[in-house]
Write a protein that binds this ligand. Structure first.
Ligand code: ZN
Length: 186
């Protein structure tokens, strides 16, 4: 089932999410739905807060990048209760977008390599190192479960320039091919 995506300005995107255990209701169904939603909206990653749930769950599929980054091939993975242990390597600028912030793309600087612990969808524990574009997508999604959005990493000048666009998104003045949940007016 394709789920609607919560738009910039919704409080669910700003909360710190909680860990879950393997008894979380209909977890496999939720993971399947998140993958389906991500593919439908042409994303490479999706975090649970983006579908309205403040839980520590993200899904990633970097295959669309595999033409330019061979290591991105065949990375399709759910990360449950992920924890980034270490960020290493060079600072690396990469053009990011976000399904919760349609039509905005900006260069974001992040570290090139991460070490992360997580559970997979069978609740098997992993301690792994990822780099390049995979580490990029994981860091973006990991931000989401900590209430952080990619625009938070931009300079204050860039943020000022984006203010109107961000305002439009939070008011629903955007067109997307996928359904969005717009924050209620205060
Ligand atoms: Zn995002």
């Amino acid at each position: 089932m394709i789920l609607p995506i919560y738009a910039y300005g919704h409080p669910v995107l700003r909360k710190i999410s909680n860990n879950i255990d393997k008894d979380y209701p209909k977890l496999q169904e939720l993971i399947d739905n998140m993958f389906e939603t991500m593919y439908f909206s042409s994303g490479v990653g999706l975090a649970a807060p983006q579908v309205g749930l403040n839980i520590n769950l993200v899904v990633v599929d970097t295959n669309p990048y595999s033409e330019n980054y061979s290591e991105a091939n065949n990375i399709k993975q759910a990360f449950i209760n992920p924890e980034i242990i270490e960020r290493t390597g060079d600072d690396w600028e990469f053009n990011e977008g976000c399904l919760s912030l349609p039509e905005i793309r900006e260069e974001v600087v992040r570290k090139k390599e991460i070490r992360i612990t997580y559970y997979d969808e069978n609740f098997v524990f992993h301690d792994k190192t990822f780099n390049s574009v995979i580490a990029r997508v994981i860091q973006h999604e990991y931000d989401h479960i900590n209430g952080i959005l990619f625009v938070d990493h931009l300079s204050s000048l860039k943020k000022t320039l984006l203010k109107r666009k961000l305002n439009d998104i939070s008011k629903g003045k955007i067109k997307t091919d996928y359904k969005m949940i717009i924050p209620k007016k205060k």
